[in-house]
Design a protein around this ligand. Structure first.
Ligand SMILES: Nc1ncnc2c1ncn2[C@@H]1O[C@H](COP(=O)(O)OP(=O)(O)O)[C@@H](O)[C@H]1O
Ligand SMILES: [Mg+2]
Length: 264
C-alpha cells in the first residue's frame, strides 16, 4: 500500500499522440490528430469492436509501425521527454512503457516461474537456457514473484499455466514485474473469474496510486466504470469523446453506438 505523502508528490507520466495514422490494406484504421493519455491515473479506452483500440496500443508500443505521426512519452519528475515512435519495441520497457496482450500466445513451454523470470531478465540473458541458469536474476526477483503468486493464488510455480485465464494473469504479472511507468492493458480481465478480476483491479489501483499511469481497454464495462478516473470513447479509428465514467455512460451517442440501453 502507498501512503498519502508519497501520492501527493508524484507527477504522472503521459503519452502524447500526434497526427498518428495507421492503415491496413489501404483502409485507415487509426487516425488521431491529438490525444493525451495519462492526464488521470487510470483511463479507460472503450469503443465498438474494430474501433482501433488494440491497433492504437500496438502503435504506442511500436509493435505496429505508424504510417505517419509522432508518439511522445512525457516523463514525470523532470526526466526528459522521449519520442517513443522513433524507437523499436524492445526499448519500450526500459523507458517504462509496458503493455499486456489481448490474445496470449506463449507460455506453453515455460513454467510459470520461468515465464516470470524471462520478463525481468536483462537483455544479455535473453535466451531461455541462460536465464533459467542465471542465479542473480532469480535472487533479485524471486521474492516479488512469490508475492504475486501468493496474492493471485497461482499455486506451484514449477508447473505450466493451464487455462487461458491463467495465461492472461501471467501476462499481467509479467507487466507488473517490469515496474511500468505507463501501463497499457488490453482486455486484462477477459476470461478471468470474478475473484481474480477483483484482485487485478485492486493491483491496478495500487499501481496507479503509486504514480504509474494506466490505460485499460476492457469489454466488461463494469470494470471500466469501477476503475477509470476518465474514459476515452473510440470509434472508427479516432477518440471521439472523453469524460468521466458518469458522463460517458450517460452520453446519447455512446449509448446508441455502443452500449445499448441494457448495458448502462
Ligand atoms: N494486422 C492487421 N491486418 C489487417 N487488418 C487489421 C490488422 N490489425 C487490425 N486490423 C483491422 O483494424 C481494425 C481495428 O482493429 P483493432 O485495433 O483490433 O480494433 P479493436 O481492438 O478496437 O477491436 C479492424 O477492422 C481490424 O480488422
Ligand atoms: Mg482489441
Amino acid at each position: 500500500m502507498v501512503d498519502d505523502t508519497q501520492v501527493a508528490t508524484v507527477t504522472r507520466p503521459q503519452i502524447q499522440i500526434q497526427n498518428a495514422v495507421k492503415s491496413f490494406n489501404g483502409r485507415v484504421v487509426v487516425d488521431i490528430d491529438n490525444l493525451t493519455l495519462g492526464d488521470h491515473p487510470i483511463e479507460g479506452l472503450i469503443g465498438p469492436n474494430g474501433a482501433g483500440k488494440t491497433t492504437l496500443m500496438r502503435m504506442i508500443m511500436h509493435s505496429t509501425p505508424l504510417d505517419s505521426g509522432t508518439i511522445t512519452l512525457s516523463n514525470a519528475n523532470g526526466d526528459r521527454d522521449v519520442v517513443i515512435s522513433d524507437l523499436p519495441t524492445h526499448w519500450m520497457a526500459p523507458h517504462g512503457v509496458v503493455k499486456s496482450n489481448q490474445v496470449i500466445m506463449d507460455f506453453d513451454k515455460l513454467t510459470i516461474l520461468d515465464s516470470m523470470l524471462l520478463a525481468v531478465a536483462k537483455h544479455r540473458y535473453e535466451q531461455p537456457h541462460r536465464i533459467l541458469a542465471e542465479k542473480s536474476v532469480y535472487d533479485a526477483n524471486v521474492a516479488r514473484i512469490h508475492e504475486y503468486m501468493e496474492f493471485f493464488d497461482l499455486g506451484d510455480p514449477y508447473r505450466f499455466a493451464g487455462s487461458a485465464g491463467e495465461k492472461k494473469l501471467l501476462d499481467i504479472i509479467r507487466c507488473l514485474l517490469l515496474d511500468p511507468k505507463f501501463l497499457l492493458l488490453d482486455e486484462p480481465t477477459a476470461g478471468l473469474p470474478e475473484d481474480l478480476t477483483e484482485k487485478v483491479m485492486e493491483t491496478i489501483r495500487d499501481l496507479a496510486a503509486a504514480g504509474t499511469s494506466v490505460v485499460v481497454v476492457e469489454h466488461d464495462l463494469n470494470v471500466i466504470w469501477n476503475l477509470s478516473d476518465d474514459v476515452h470513447f473510440m470509434a472508427e479509428g479516432n477518440v471521439v469523446m472523453h469524460g468521466s465514467p458518469q458522463e460517458i455512460r450517460e452520453n446519447k451517442t455512446v449509448i446508441e453506438k455502443y452500449l445499448g440501453e441494457g448495458h448502462v
